[in-house]
Design a protein around this ligand. Structure first.
Ligand code: ADP
Ligand code: TRP
Length: 344
């Protein structure tokens, strides 16, 4: 039956400190875990992509990629059901990216919102690597399209903020098919998790509004955090600014701690919300309880992570086996592309 399964592919970059957070889990990892029985799955670590922000720094991408692999496994991706591998172990991604780059107009790439944002950010950011906005950053979506199309994947589960990249991957697939009068590449569908949307982080922007949890904002709870780290992060989290004393009324909908409580304690959060609102429960208590709820959620992930951390040879085997499978599938696609483009 497995031959009849549709292919699903997704990935994350080992950028920042290389650790995945609850936002990455809710927006991407959790849906991957839920889908792994239905699809032929490829979940990779986009280590080349991470150089768009890390080129020229002394960060070890190899170490960070291992951390991401541990995050994938701890969240419940099963290496028997899902190929977990590094992009750089499958050079076919690069060959296809070069070819797709030849038929992608620069104007399409300059319009991508994440390019515009990142370009400004990198130009003003001291931790942004030596290079600033590179050719690689502009070409980021071409490499992403290659990551997907090299497996001729049908579905790509990602968070909402990746929708523009996916749209471009579809446009590049269509352009290839049109230019070569073929249906070789299926147009990959974005599978966006609508359950959580975008998970807010622990801080607020200059207008006092919550913003997305992101490793670049330093407002995240990481899957690999210890119980004490979770407590510390929540202690400093944004709540209702006008709630100074316990008896002041809170606004749970605008409070990072209350929103996390709702997500990780759906059965009982409403009592906390009610008491926060009518001034019978203070933020200190709410933070303490939310810490417990999140630590309970993370406990099984910590146990799983420790298993693999204690057996690095097994992690190496998992990555090597998956890369071999990925290379075989990718090479098959590329053989077709070389023929269609009359390279061979
Ligand atoms: P970050 O903003 O921390 O750098 P990435 O851009 O590397 O995260 O995103 C990796 C994946 O996780 C993507 O599929 C993205 O859509 C998803 N994701 C990231 N942050 C969130 C969030 N706060 N809520 C939901 N999904 C998220
Ligand atoms: N751009 C994605 C992110 O930042 C990572 C990524 C690279 C990806 N290639 C991909 C995601 C292919 C899905 C499919 O999260």
């Amino acid at each position: 039956m497995s031959g009849a399964k549709k292919r699903l592919l997704s990935g994350m970059q080992p950028s920042g400190n290389g650790r995945l957070h609850l936002g990455n889990y809710e927006g991407a990892l959790k849906p991957w875990v839920q889908l792994q029985d239905q699809y032929e799955m490829y979940c990779f670590i986009a280590d080349w992509h991470a150089f768009t922000t890390l080129a020229g720094t002394d960060v070890s991408i190899a170490d960070q990629s291992r951390q991401v692999a541990l995050d994938y496994l701890s969240a419940g991706l099963d290496p028997e059901k899902c190929a977990i591998f590094r992009q750089s172990d499958v050079p076919q991604h690069a060959e296809l990216a070069i070819l797709l780059g030849m038929l992608t107009p620069v104007s399409w790439l300059e319009r991508v919102p994440t390019y515009k944002e990142k370009r400004e950010h990198l130009e003003n950011y001291e931790g942004g690597g030596e290079v600033g906005a590179s050719y690689g950053l502009l070409g980021y979506p071409v490499l992403q399209a290659a990551d997907i199309l090299i497996y001729r994947a049908h579905a790509v589960p990602v968070g909402k903020d990746q929708a523009a990249h996916l749209e471009l991957s579809r446009a590049i697939a269509r352009r290839f098919n049109f230019l070569y009068n073929t249906e070789y590449f299926p147009e990959p569908d974005a599978v966006i998790s609508e359950v959580t949307g975008v998970l807010p982080g622990l801080d607020a922007d200059e207008n006092g509004k919550l913003r997305k949890m992101s490793k670049s904002y330093h407002n995240a709870i990481y899957l690999s955090d210890t119980p004490d780290q979770v407590a510390e992060r929540l202690k400093n989290a944004f709540t209702t600014p006008s709630k100074i004393r316990k008896t002041d009324a809170g606004i749970p909908e605008g409070c990072a701690v209350c929103l996390l409580r709702k997500l990780y304690d759906p059965a009982e959060y409403n009592v906390q919300w009610e008491e926060c609102r009518n001034g019978t429960r203070g933020c200190v208590q709410s933070k303490r309880e939310t810490t417990e709820v999140i630590n309970t959620f993370l406990e099984p992930l910590r146990t799983k992570r420790a298993e693999y951390e204690n057996d690095p040879a097994e992690l190496d085997r998992i990555l090597a086996r998956a890369a071999e499978k990925a290379r075989a599938t990718a090479e098959e696609t590329l053989r077709g592309v070389r023929q269609i483009m009359k390279i061979v």
